[in-house]
Write a protein that binds this ligand. Structure first.
Ligand code: GLU
Length: 177
């Protein structure tokens, strides 16, 4: 069962997020990852295996982000691997999200998004959500509204946490079931 951690505040996010993941390790998982809002860019770091592997990859790097999300994954769609590990991002790389659960209608959504020109880089059900939000942001311009519209198109059970460089001091969350 996966774990989700989010942080927005005044402190540097990376260590807090990794500490949060450690506290959720008892739940069992196959990979771990973090997305940090570093100025105008999102920095994603993911690792197959233990949180300690993720920590090794982030050690010694000076991150300044005070907003971020993190995840431990228990694969349901797509094998355990670094590219299937969360967070997942949109084509533009400005949106990243983590997800617990299953998006039942992901293959229809994926087909539709590919037709609209989106490129996928994982085998997960989760990645469709990032591209769907990106598609809605193009129309509405606002992340919160775009996320709400995207979530309306999803079938299944989920907990989702999302960050965007467009609104760096916010965490967006949604839950169903
Ligand atoms: N269905 C998603 C995946 O396979 C989320 C799994 C989870 O809850 O960790 O990546």
């Amino acid at each position: 069962m996966c774990g989700i951690v989010g942080y927005v505040g005044k402190r540097e996010a990376k260590d807090l997020l990794i500490e949060g993941l450690r506290r959720l390790e008892y739940r069992g998982y196959d990979s771990a990852g973090v997305a940090l809002v570093e100025g105008k860019k999102l920095k994603r770091v993911r690792a197959l295996g233990k949180v300690a592997e993720l920590e090794k990859k982030t050690d010694g790097v000076a991150y300044t982000a005070t907003t971020g999300i993190a995840h431990t994954r228990w694969a349901t769609h797509g094998k355990p691997s670094e590219k299937n590990a969360h967070p997942h991002a949109d084509c533009g790389g400005g949106i990243a999200l983590v997800h617990n659960g299953i998006i039942e209608n992901y293959s229809e959504l994926r087909e539709q998004l590919i037709k609209q020109g989106h490129r996928f880089s994982s085998e997960t059900d989760t990645e469709v959500v990032a591209h769907l939000v990106e598609e809605h942001v193009k129309k509405s311009g606002y992340v919160e509204e775009a996320f709400a519209l995207a979530v309306k198109e999803l079938r299944g059970t989920y907990g989702i946490a999302l960050v965007s460089v467009a609104e760096p001091e916010k965490l967006f969350v949604a839950r169903m079931g």
